[in-house]
Design a protein around this ligand. Structure first.
Ligand code: ZN
Ligand code: ZN
Length: 201
């Protein structure tokens, strides 16, 4: 299964670990673990939580069960700025090796859902049948893999914030160059574009 020599990936162990952090076993855990094993292998990352931990950024395109599995396998997280959430609503993730700049995007194939049904017709619970099928289906049946190029801005990289400024309207501080300049003043995004919250009495 490996194409880049020795690696630390053991599917059963990784699944067990991701189920522990996610809270339940579901098809998303199986897909997320397998997607990540494949993506990491393709970009030559063998030890994502150890010696390769500073070489990896992952872009997830969904905030669903599989996202937790991606985090569990890769060790990447929002808080470490090593996981970027791209809100596309797609069952897909991209894995970027910062050392080589190689990146692959792995997308769950739509027809894998139908194919999964044929694997365990004797299991009545459709969810369970899908889950078990995802464990044994081939990478080619489950995923499309594409080589991609991903540019990452300096202000989005892990490490110390590059900039920290005070919003001229609300007075709150904004770091990481998320501020917006308008007519010689700087504002936060909430003050310019409107916030996701409204103030209550
Ligand atoms: Zn789940
Ligand atoms: Zn503001």
């Amino acid at each position: 299964m490996s194409q880049s020599g020795k690696n630390n990936f053991n599917f059963e162990e990784l699944l067990e670990e991701s189920v522990k952090t996610h809270g339940h076993l579901c098809p998303g855990q199986v897909l997320g673990v397998r997607m990540s094993m494949l993506g990491l292998r393709k970009v030559g990352i063998n030890d994502p939580k150890g010696k390769d931990r500073k070489s990896l950024i992952v872009f997830v395109e969904m905030d669903r069960c599989a996202t937790d599995a991606v985090q569990s396998v890769t060790g990447c997280s929002l808080g470490h700025r090593t996981m970027k959430f791209m809100d596309y609503g797609k069952m897909a993730a991209a894995y970027l090796n910062l050392k080589t700049n190689n990146a692959v995007r792995v997308v769950a194939r739509e027809d894998s859902r139908d194919k999964a049904k044929n694997y365990f017709p004797e299991i009545e619970d459709k969810y369970k049948a899908q889950l078990e099928a995802y464990k044994i289906m081939s990478d080619e049946e489950l995923f499309d893999v594409m080589n991609v190029k991903v540019e990452i801005n300096p202000e989005d990289m892990p490490g110390k914030p590059l900039k920290r400024v005070k919003c001229d309207k609300c007075g709150e501080y904004v770091q990481d160059m998320r501020d917006i300049s308008v007519n010689d003043k700087v504002y936060c995004k909430a003050c310019v574009h409107g916030a996701y919250y409204i103030f209550r009495e």
